[in-house]
Write a protein that binds this ligand. Structure first.
Ligand code: HPA
Length: 266
């Protein structure tokens, strides 16, 4: 770990967060309330932690919520940073490496996404099975050792995906499985981009998660990712995505995410 990595770890410990943790959980836009699941939380604002992202998108908190969910010790990141905020695709590197230093081996990522499938409507949850990134942007550009050549087969861990499908079944939550196409944003996609995306095999579109998956796989974390669908992709089934729509996701969808995660951590 880098010098500032040690500082981040030290600060987190000074605030009373003690590892080891079983899971890291990153909560995306609109999903902040899921952190209410944490019992006896210890809270640390990102602004206090060296190397953690500053300046958040509206609709995001910016703090660590650490504690137990069921029998699992969880390190929740309530809010993330995106490439489009800073132009740095590795903006989440410090948090991810800090989680690894706290003993975390499994990272659960959540996000808000657009759906390209009519039968996966706004309010639905979708497990990410794989992704498409043809943007030319990658968080490992500039890393000079061989760790940059990260294999991306089964980047979305098959065992974790199976466990989420089980948890969905038990908790009665419908969970489809999809392919997430990363767009750097911050403007939404054009209808032509969405049609192209669909032809390429994507079922979801979004502006987060993918750089985090690459960074996490580089250091050997097992990753799972779940999208909460907030809208149809631009031009599809009347879809005209906007940030206010993304933020005002049905509380019902947030409740589903809570139920799914609560069951998963049991
Ligand atoms: N496109 C990109 N990102 C998104 C969308 C979308 O339609 N919805 C929520 N995040």
């Amino acid at each position: 770990m880098t010098h500032s990595g040690q500082d981040a770890l030290l600060t987190i410990k000074e605030w009373g967060v003690e590892g080891p943790f079983d899971y890291g959980l990153v909560l995306g836009t609109g999903l902040g309330p899921v952190a209410d699941l944490v019992q006896n939380p210890v809270i640390v604002p990102y602004a206090q932690i060296p190397g953690f992202p500053k300046g958040q998108v509206s609709g995001h908190s910016a703090r660590i919520v650490a504690g137990m969910i069921g029998k699992a010790r969880i390190f929740v990141m309530q809010g993330r940073a995106h490439y489009y905020e800073h132009g740095d695709p590795a903006i989440m590197r410090m948090p991810i490496e800090t989680m690894a230093a706290l003993g975390i081996k499994n990272l659960i990522l959540t996000n808000a996404a657009g759906s390209l499938l009519e039968d996966v409507p706004p309010g639905a949850l979708s497990l990410i099975a794989d992704h498409i990134n043809l943007s030319g942007v990658n968080p490992l550009i500039g890393v000079s050792d061989d760790s940059r050549f990260v294999p991306m087969v089964d980047a979305y861990d098959p065992d974790l995906r199976e466990a989420f499908k089980q948890a969905a079944m038990i908790s009665g939550v419908t969970l489809n499985e999809g392919i997430y196409h990363w767009f750097p944003g911050p403007s939404f996609e054009t209808p032509a981009e969405i049609r192209a995306s669909k032809m390429l095999g994507a079922t979801l579109v979004g502006m987060s998660t993918v750089p985090e998956v690459i960074l996490a796989r580089r250091i050997g974390l097992r990753v799972a990712a779940i999208s909460m669908v907030t809208n149809y992709g631009a031009g599809l089934f009347g879809g005209a995505p906007s940030h206010s729509e993304t933020k005002s996701v049905a509380t019902e969808a947030v409740a589903k995410m809570r139920a799914l995660l609560e069951q998963f951590f049991k």
